[in-house]
Design a protein. Structure first.
Ligand code: BGC
Length: 878
């Protein structure tokens, strides 16, 4: 009910009776390229974002003024003064001032004019930093030489400004004068290193000081399976003098306490080999070897413009058992990605082992069978500090719920270890809750399953010897991810990685970055057009479509080259891990159609008329060929009549209008009568069956499937102890493929927001500029509440009901408009009140409610037209 409460608070603060100061308030939430205080922006014309704040309903922007300056006060827009520009745009506003300089800090602020022409005060000043724009800006060289690298340098005074540009592959940690710089872990993000390597820009002004300084870098193997680093610190002194500290041949290297590190196998750390003081000035490194200058890796250096991987939180173990002598097993109570922190005291040379697993055997010992070849073991060798020692690994991570501790000197306690949750630190941007506990439990699985599979790329799983960017997993889970987290910068980066791995034929690999060769299964590679489309729909990102238009067109063409008479037989996985398999050619052909359809849509959006026509026509031909090949007019089903086979053409609109009802009736019968209200779908069908049931008026059936607790269902996972989403519907624990943390079946999470809370963006006015609120009030659901923190501001929808009334509270951000559907629920003599005043009565719209501009009878619901603001509707009938 928390969400309901917060909606209420907003309502009373800013509602029609609210007493807040009238008029436009300073814009908030300023961002550049989706990031707050973006560092290292290497985009020539970065896009700026702000949120409109206003005390009244119906608020919108009619003009804005942006000032960008290199001086912090921004008293003038010496780099860019947009002037008062008539425009409603408050997101993705492209910087068009003086050409941006490399390695510079830009400060900016914005104000806007509202619907009445009143100007808001200016926002608070914010900033972004540019990165290094060209190869020539990089003075540093790649170096290698052991897993610890160091260099001392002198500064004549404390610097006025200092920026570090750094990367190191596979993984690195930058340290200055004894301190870790920043809170990132497991940098850089995973890319195809022969194409692109990501660097990070840090403000290190406060890390440096007059006199001797030390720069130090630790390296791990990561995905590169080798070690090399590059660092450049650009320093500006108070007197304007500039100097550059770079990795070069004068650095020294040595092998430190990390004996080995591997993403899958874990880290071995011998604390006796630590080199205290090595990251401080004055350390005697005469025994260290000079580094070797490395041939630069082939990939270009690009700024890492997405949220970093961080330790985002701690988990205290629930319990500790001692299932066999010397082995203690901790239950963290939650499956997650990361590692544990160990506290230990004992003699030097004691070897302590931490093994990680998702599962236990009946006897309480660890079951690591489903990790396959990943050893997931961290080893710590004590230095023998009488004060005790603390260890946590640096260059590995595990997916686990249970930890086995062995070799521990003495008797461990519950607080001997602490869970450290590690993943890309995307901000949670939404919430969903309802009166049905099982839905809230599924939301929890989805939340954990989604975020713990974000590790700079969307991973398939976080525990076994895989953890890769499998593309079907990526697109099937992406809408759910976008609705629950702020994913825009993350997928912007990932889309670029997909393009980086596209070959000359337009094909992309199944896995990005490509750790496997060969063209993708159509359902996998279609992540390319699909993610671009979702970025456009959810975030309103048109530039993504521009940048990737040729790429997604080439992808569609690669499918065309594989097609015969309009359908595609090429398939590797199809509707993966189903209960009832669907012919792969049907799935591949559906994605062929969809890819072409997205190219046509993108061309329409971008005003590419010729391409729009070509691909629209091609899409129609594919639909006709699909229909001809897979539709069975006698049974009015498709192919082998599985749920997936019927869902895909319905979802994509391939089924001709006149046949939709009949096909749908067969789908419904299959679910209800033949499968006793259970799914038979794999990962593909599972995502689309919920919207299909909802669109065709059977949200109640979708709800029954969602709340099912017997096999196969999410409830079945929960009843069998799941705390993240499983890879399979089956409860397997053996050595075969059965991860217990795979995000792909989390596609259901999107349906909670779009159907139960009823929050939808209009694809024609994407990014929630135009919103459709259409909650599904079904079966025994008494209330549901969803709230999404969009780029334009919060959108929320919360409803609750009694036998003869429905209360619906809605928030629409300033600048957006909405169509609000209030279900009639078969009530007679319906009256709809807003703040105690009628807006619908005696079968007609009653004008006069601020912000509501009209209403109509939509059949099963009353459809209100509303401007921005917070509303509380009460619909009462008999
Ligand atoms: C991965 C999947 C992936 C699949 C391809 C598995 O090993 O974990 O989720 O999509 O292979 O079939």
């Amino acid at each position: 009910m928390h969400k309901l409460l917060s909606v209420l608070t907003v309502f009373t603060a800013f509602g029609p009776l609210g007493a807040a100061a009238p008029g436009p308030l300073p814009p908030s939430g300023l961002r550049c390229e989706y990031l707050v205080h973006a560092m290292g922006v290497d985009v020539a014309s970065p896009r700026l974002f702000w949120r409109l704040e206003h005390s009244e309903r119906g608020a919108r922007q009619t003009a804005y003024q942006v000032l960008v300056s290199t001086t912090p006060s921004v008293s003038a827009g010496d780099q860019w003064d947009s002037g008062k520009l008539a425009s409603s745009q408050s997101t993705h506003v492209a910087y068009v001032g003086k050409p941006l300089e490399s390695g510079t800090t830009y400060y900016w602020k914005v104000r806007y004019w509202d619907q009445d022409g009143s100007a808001s005060p200016y926002s608070a000043v914010t900033r972004f930093d540019t990165g290094l724009f060209s190869d020539g800006d990089w003075k540093a060289r790649w170096i290698r030489g052991g897993n610890q690298l160091r260099k001392e340098f002198q500064l004549a005074a404390n610097p006025r400004r200092a920026r570090a540009y750094v990367s190191g592959i596979g993984y690195y940690e930058l340290r200055l004068n004894g301190n870790k710089v920043g809170r990132h872990v497991l940098d850089p993000g995973f890319t195809a290193f022969d194409k692109r390597i990501l660097y990070v820009t840090y403000d290190v002004t406060d890390h440096l000081r007059q006199g001797a300084n030390a720069a130090a870098i630790m390296l791990g193997e990561g995905w590169y399976r080798g070690r090399a680093a590059i660092l450049q610190i650009d320093v500006e002194m108070a007197d304007g003098k500039k100097l550059v500290i770079t990795t070069d041949g004068s650095w020294k290297g040595a092998q430190g306490p990390i004996l080995s590190d591997s993403i899958y196998n874990g880290e071995e750390y011998d604390a006796r080999k630590e080199t205290p003081g090595w990251d401080l000035p004055g350390y005697d490194d005469r025994a260290w070897a000079p580094v070797s200058l490395d041939d630069p890796p082939k990939g270009v250096l690009s700024a890492q413009l997405m949220p970093p991987i961080r330790v985002v939180g701690d988990i205290v173990p629930l319990r500790m058992t001692n299932p066999r002598p010397g082995a203690y097993v901790y239950d963290m109570g939650q499956n997650f990605s990361g590692w544990v922190r160990l506290r230990v005291k004992g003699p030097a040379g004691t070897v302590v082992r931490l093994r990680h697993a998702e599962l236990l055997y009946e006897d309480g010992t660890l079951n690591v069978e489903n990790l396959r070849r990943a050893r997931a073991t961290d080893t710590y060798i004590l230095r023998g500090d009488p004060e005790g020692e603390v260890y946590e690994p640096r260059f590995t991570y595990h997916g686990f719920r249970y930890v086995e501790l062995s070799g521990f000197p003495g008797a461990p306690k519950l607080d001997t270890i602490l869970g450290r949750v590690v993943h890309t630190d995307v901000a949670p941007s939404a919430g969903f809750a309802s009166s049905k506990p099982i839905l809230n439990q599924i939301q929890r699985l989805v939340f954990w399953g989604t975020k713990t599979n974000l590790h700079s790329i969307p991973t398939d799983c976080d525990q076994r010897d895989e953890r890769m960017g499998w593309l079907a997993d990526a697109h099937l889970a992406s809408e759910t991810a976008m609705l629950n987290f702020d994913m825009a910068a993350f997928y912007t980066n990932f889309l670029r990685s997909i393009r980086d791995s596209q070959d000359a034929t337009g094909a992309v690999p199944d896995v990005v970055p490509a750790t496997r060769r060969g063209p993708a299964d159509p359902a996998w590679g279609s992540a390319y057009p699909l993610l671009a489309l979702y970025m456009y729909e959810q975030y309103g990102d048109r530039r993504i479509l521009e940048q990737h238009f040729e790429g997604i067109r080439a992808w569609a063409e690669s499918l065309r080259s594989k097609s015969e008479n309009g359908t595609v037989n090429f398939v590797k996985y199809g509707d993966w891990v189903p209960i009832e398999p669907t012919p792969g050619s049907l799935v591949s052909s559906a994605y062929y159609y969809w890819s072409v359809d997205i190219v046509a849509r993108a061309a329409e959006i971008l005003g590419k008329k010729a391409e729009a026509e070509t691909y629209r026509k091609l899409a129609e031909e594919i639909a006709a060929a699909f229909q001809k090949r897979f539709y069975n007019p006698e049974s009015r089903t498709y192919a082998n009549a599985t749920q997936t086979a019927m869902t895909l053409p319905l979802y994509l609109g391939i089924t001709p209008e006149a046949l939709r009802r009949q096909v749908f009736a067969n789908l419904r019968d299959d679910i209800v009568y033949y499968k006793n209200t259970h799914l038979t779908t794999g990962i593909v069908g599972t995502k689309y069956i919920f919207p299909v049931l909802t669109q065709l008026g059977r949200a109640d059936l979708a709800y029954e499937l969602a709340t099912q607790t017997t096999y196969p269902s999410w409830g079945y996972m929960i009843e069998n102890g799941a705390t993240t989403l499983w890879e399979l519907w089956q409860n397997k624990t053996g050595p075969s493929m059965n991860s217990h943390n795979h995000p792909m079946l989390g596609s259901i999470g999107a349906w909670f927001y779009t159907a139960l809370a009823g929050i939808n963006t209009d694809p024609k006015s994407p990014g929630y500029a135009r919103i459709r609120i259409e909650p599904q009030v079904v079966r025994d659901l008494q209330w549901a509440s969803g709230s999404i923190d969009t780029l334009r501001g919060t959108v929320s929808s919360s409803w609750s009901r009694t036998p003869n009334s429905l209360r619906l509270e809605v928030t629409i951000p300033a600048g957006s408009t909405a169509e609000i559907h209030i279900p009639k629920l078969n009530l007679a003599d319906l009256t709809i009140l807003e703040g105690n005043r009628p807006v619908w009565q005696n079968g007609a719209y009653v004008a006069g409610i601020p912000g509501v501009t009209g209403a109509r009878d939509g059949g099963g619901d009353i459809v209100l037209e509303a401007l921005s603001g917070s509303y509380a509707f009460e619909s009462i009938g008999r």
